[in-house]
Design a binder for this molecule. Structure first.
Ligand code: UN1
Length: 480
């Protein structure tokens, strides 16, 4: 067990607030308190928004080189500390150490990428229909952005929202997930130490009261949120009512199609990685595995063996392949869905229960449900845990139809050696991201990210698309 960190808000370049109210527990060993942090009632949030508002004019008008340098220094510092911060992330969130280190590295790379993008804000010249008139378009920052981050990528998602917001000249108020304050605080400290000017980046800990204060405040130009559909719906109401710019990522029920002609080992590996790594707590997780009948029995047998062999344990133990789920609430949700599956008639061939290990933690045995029907609740609702269900279909056409069922549309995958089916799937599956012979989860940090239908709302995040959300076009007409 390690020390308990005492965390504070970062407002206007100062560390403020008393470290009580929120407690983050190690999900691998709940006797270990990782951190204590303030739980804002809205007042710290309003102070942070005031600081960000005040800092905006100077930051937005600063040389882009200054913004680029700060982000680059932050990226360098995060990468240099990836081992230590990766362990802290694993201790606080429960993903394994390699996954934790990988995520921290992703956060560092995101800052580096947007350090470059800060210098790439360009505009257009348009020939006017009126002789002598010049039309020019610019991209300008909007002001203060409110960023609401989830616990499942507790440093990468704060980074992929903060880095572009800052790169293009906006100021930021980040509300990290209340389950994972310590790793978010490490990122804030790094930005602070990298010399980000006072008030440009602020961070406030809290739950719904702090979140509401952020979303409602008319000084906040835009909100970027990643989390559940329920919370997202509440945010949308408040934000749209006051015409804030809004971007939301709200999960998925991502299909992975396996065709008869697939390389079986690759199909099993894609399913295993996509569905179970990070304990299935990824909005891109392959939670519906749709398999054509010629390969169904062989695929299920091979996947069942692999799932049953996954070693579940303390996230910090190097032998662990699957850590715990992140919280007691998540544990109860996952166990609830396992019950629902049994009542709906799914056949459980691996897992299906909570595991009691030597330390008190939220361990769930990786669970594989087979012979499920597409309209069962376990195939329609996001579970967000180490649970996957398999659906048997006759052929590719039925596989595509099943893949396109439901409300979500984030990521979709197909494992096949048929170019014809791969290309048809890429064009016709209703999802924002399509993976061919790859898991549905695990995306590149410099590439746009986002879904369709109830998965996402607003412009894409990340990569070269991020500029759309974090800037607005100004159109100038000039007659000399
Ligand atoms: C990934 O699959 O690499 O919350 C990233 C999530 C997503 C990120 C997934 N926004 O799980």
């Amino acid at each position: 067990m390690s020390e308990t960190l005492s965390l504070r808000h970062l407002i206007g370049g100062e560390w403020v607030g008393a470290s009580t109210g929120l407690e983050s527990l190690n999900p691998s060993d709940t006797a270990d308190v990782v951190a204590r942090a303030p739980n804002d009632d809205g007042s710290a949030m309003r102070a942070a928004i005031a600081a960000a508002t005040e800092a905006f004019p100077a930051w937005s008008q600063a040389s882009p080189e200054l913004r680029s340098d700060v982000l680059d220094r932050a990226g360098t510092a995060i990468l240099a500390r990836r081992e230590e911060l990766g362990r802290l992330l694993s201790r606080e969130e429960g993903k394994t150490v390699p996954e934790g280190i990988g995520e921290v590295a992703r956060a560092g790379r995101l800052f580096k990428f947007f350090a470059g993008e800060a210098l790439r804000r360009t505009g257009d010249n348009v020939d006017s229909t009126r002789a002598g008139v010049e039309v020019t378009t610019y991209r300008e920052p909007l002001g203060v952005f409110g960023l609401i981050a989830p616990w499942n990528f507790p440093i990468a998602i704060p980074a992929w929202k903060s880095a572009p917001a800052l790169a293009f000249g906006n100021t930021v108020v980040l509300k990290p997930a209340s389950l994972t304050p310590a790793i978010a605080a490490a990122m804030a400290e790094i930005l602070h130490d990298a010399g980000i000017p006072k008030g440009v980046f602020n961070m406030v800990f809290g739950g719904a009261a702090a979140g509401n204060a952020l979303v409602k405040d008319t000084r906040v130009a835009g909100i970027s949120f990643t989390g559940s559909q329920g919370v997202g719906a509440g945010i949308a109401k408040l934000a749209i009512e006051r015409q804030a710019r809004l971007q939301m990522e709200m999960g998925g029920k991502n299909p992975l199609v396996v065709l008869d002609d697939a390389d079986l080992d690759r199909a099993v590996q894609c399913a295993l990685d996509g569905a179970f790594f990070a304990s299935g707590q990824r909005c891109t997780a392959s939670s519906r595995i749709i398999v054509t009948e010629g390969v169904y029995d062989r695929f299920v047998k091979a996947l069942t063996e692999k799932v049953a062999a996954l070693r579940v344990g303390d996230a910090l133990d190097p032998d662990t392949k699957i850590g715990p789920v992140a919280s007691e609430a998540q544990l109860n949700t996952v166990l609830g869905y396992i019950d629902i599956a049994a009542k709906e008639g799914a056949r459980c061939v691996a897992g299906g229960e909570r595991l009691k290990l030597s330390k008190p933690g939220y361990y769930v045995a990786p669970t594989l449900l087979v012979d499920t029907k597409p309209d069962m609740r376990v195939n329609c609702e996001e579970i967000f845990g180490p649970v996957a269900s398999v659906v048997r279909v006759k052929n590719y056409d039925e596989a595509l139809a099943v893949a396109n069922m439901g409300d979500f549309g984030l990521s979709a995958g197909i494992v096949t050696t048929s170019l014809k089916h791969a290309l048809h799937f890429r064009r016709n599956v209703r999802a924002g991201m399509v993976m061919v012979n790859l898991p549905t989860a695990g995306v590149d940090y410099h590439v746009p990210f986002g879904g369709t239908r109830k998965s996402s709302y607003g412009p894409r995040e990340q990569g070269t698309a991020a500029v759309e959300f974090y800037t607005q076009l100004k159109i100038a007409y000039t007659l000399a």
